[in-house]
Write a protein that binds this ligand. Structure first.
Ligand code: HEC
Ligand code: HEC
Length: 338
């Protein structure tokens, strides 16, 4: 832990951009090889929960898993531990199967890659701070104390899950599916049709989701509206969401190696869900310690708020076409970040 932190910090100080980006897994796509059905067996298999040890560490691992799967019960708006999250999403609404599903925003190599340089904050964040980012943004809440039993438990679970991944390493199935980008802007209008056909039955016609009968949390989480994730969340980015959707939605029907949507359909439906002209959602957290992207050269390609180091509009960054932006970045020695 400590040497990694020191190395990363030292690299950041030297400002050697090329090397600096290599300490951020969201900059360099993981060397994931599994892409076809034949590769399915090569995907990382996390340990079975029955192997969680009966030790004080194991107790925390179990509690951490509970918190990630049943987040609202513990830290939701009526949480028994405290009212931290501002909505009733669970971590597991996005980090599918408790963060164990290939290409489902899993935690396979998370512990192996934290602390990590984060472009958004232009800082080294610990795993606990990164968890709080998700409490603040997708859960629209306020951060927990980094010394709380809850943060430590979630860290322990994420460590246990990825314990066999070497420090700084990546495994097949982590990160996101790669997509081919259409040679046109993403179309929220096409996305609306795809949404009605493939998503509305669960996420509901107005994107509001469906609460469980006891209202404790969601059967189907909302995709927009004031009970959904904030505009400061990664999920609010079109490509970030499209990659997840292609691999995982419709839920339990699509699989990363058996997708239902084409790349274009996944991008269009993500554009529809994340179009701020049609769908309101909560704004960015009020408690920002660091301004977002004080260094504009580390903004992801599909980040919809300028300014940028390139010449493309906010509209094009958000909705594409993305390839000209990527080509421009490569030609001008600017990083290509997703
Ligand atoms: C609305 C969706 C959503 C919810 C809810 C959510 N997250 Fe996230 N989380 C994301 C996305 C998107 C990322 C970025 C993943 C990526 O870049 O591949 C992320 C990233 C993370 C990471 C960094 C993973 C890595 O390997 O870099 C951690 C840790 C994390 N989330 C923990 C949590 C925890 C714990 C909760 C609940 C307290 C939570 N998240 C709730 C969407 C969500
Ligand atoms: C069969 C029901 C079903 C269908 C159809 C479905 N989803 Fe989901 N979706 C879910 C469930 C359930 C979850 C949360 C998983 C969990 O809690 O384990 C989810 C989670 C999500 C999430 C992450 C959580 C959030 O609130 O942002 C996104 C994004 C999403 N779905 C998008 C889509 C899109 C886009 C479609 C259509 C292409 C779709 N889903 C179709 C059931 C469905």
């Amino acid at each position: 832990m400590i040497p990694r932190f020191k190395i990363a910090l030292c690299i950041c100080i030297t400002g050697l951009a090329a090397i600096l980006y290599s300490c951020n897994s969201s900059v360099v796509p993981p060397a994931t090889t599994a892409r076809t059905p034949e590769d399915t067996l090569a995907v990382f298999t996390p340990p079975d929960t029955s192997t969680i040890p009966n030790t004080p560490f194991g107790e925390l691992v179990r509690y951490g898993r509970e918190l990630i799967v049943n987040t609202a019960h513990y830290i939701g708006p009526n949480g028994i531990v405290g009212k931290y999250a501002g909505n009733k999403l669970n971590c597991g609404s996005c980090h599918l199967d408790g963060g164990t599903r290939p290409f489902g925003f899993n935690y396979f190599s998370t512990h192996a890659n934290y602390p990590q340089y984060r472009g958004r904050e232009n800082e080294i964040l610990s795993l606990g701070q990164r968890i709080n980012n998700c409490v603040e943004r997708p859960l629209n809440g306020k951060p927990l104390s980094l010394n709380s039993r809850e943060i430590i438990a979630m860290e322990c679970y994420i460590k246990w899950l990825g314990n066999s991944v070497p420090i700084g390493g990546h495994v097949p199935g982590d990160g996101a599916l790669e997509l081919e980008y259409p040679n046109r802007p993403a179309s929220p209008e096409n996305g609306r049709v795809i949404y009605q056909k493939h998503c509305a039955s669960c996420h509901q016609p107005e994107g509001q989701g469906l609460l469980k009968p006891d209202s404790s949390s969601y059967q189907y989480p909302p995709l927009w509206g004031m009970n959904s994730y904030q505009s400061g969340s990664s999920t609010h980015r079109v490509l970030k969401m499209a990659r997840f959707v292609k691999a995982n939605m419709p839920h339990n029907i699509a699989k990363w190696d058996k997708p239902v949507l084409t790349d274009e359909e996944a991008i269009d439906v993500a554009a529809f869900v994340n179009d701020d002209q049609i769908h309101p959602r909560p704004g960015k957290p009020r408690t920002l310690v660091y301004p977002d992207y004080s260094r504009i050269d580390v903004k992801p390609i599909d980040y919809g708020t300028g300014p940028y180091r390139d010449t493309f509009s906010e509209m094009q960054h958000k909705f594409g076409p993305y390839q000209p932006i990527i080509d421009y970045h490569k030609a001008n020695n600017l990083p290509v970040i997703f």
